[in-house]
Design a protein. Structure first.
Length: 199
């Protein structure tokens, strides 16, 4: 069933805080329209950045995502809140090498979730992602889903958006249920908050 196709991921160029009025529109596909979307917007499919609510996506839909470089966005909070029972086709996404991102999908109707760390836990527990896959899902693949190639990794020349956690290893982020191990955040190379050590 075709539920929604909408244009999203609107970004505007900004210079010194002033909007320049130049807007990029990117196709975002929602709620398992991967098989039907070619009937609706075939000329735009190759530009789709991401597809979400993909629990019922077919093999043909996964192949289309792989061919176009579209990121599969998992929404564990919506899965939980909607009492969904069909898990996304993780094994097929892996086999096709479709990048997987994770999001809260925070909204008052279907996913009143604000904790991305909880979504890491749920992606591992409910969807059986590995902690490494989940971490990529909230960093580099999440950035890719938004069309942001300048972030998502720690590397020279990239924007330094970082989160600092009081943990022994990254897998602990997937282990915790609730709580907040966050001890700092850096946006564009500048600390926005920091607990413990001096900045």
């Amino acid at each position: 069933m075709l539920l929604a196709v909408h244009v999203a991921r609107i970004r505007a160029r900004e210079d010194d805080g002033d909007w320049q009025g130049e807007v990029e529109l990117h196709l975002d596909v929602s709620r398992d329209v991967l098989d039907q979307v070619r009937l609706v917007v075939p000329e735009q499919w190759s530009g789709a950045l991401s597809a979400d609510h993909i629990e019922y996506t077919s093999d043909a839909g996964i192949a289309a995502m792989a061919a176009s470089g579209t990121v599969a966005v998992l929404l564990p909070g919506a899965f939980y809140a909607l009492r969904e029972t069909k898990v996304p086709p993780i094994a097929a996404l892996r086999a096709a090498r479709v990048p997987i991102a994770i999001s809260t999908d925070c909204n008052p109707g279907t996913s009143p979730v604000t904790s991305l760390v909880l979504m890491i836990n749920m992606a591992c527990t409910v969807f059986r992602l590995t902690p490494e896959e989940a971490l990529r899902g909230v960093t580099v693949n999440a950035a890719r889903a938004l069309g942001l190639s300048d972030r998502g990794v720690v590397a020279p020349g990239k924007r330094a958006d970082l989160a600092r956690f009081q943990i022994e290893e990254p897998a602990e982020l997937a282990y915790r249920i609730g709580g907040n191990a966050s001890r700092g955040a850096v946006r564009a190379g500048r600390p926005v908050y920091w607990h413990g050590d001096a900045v």
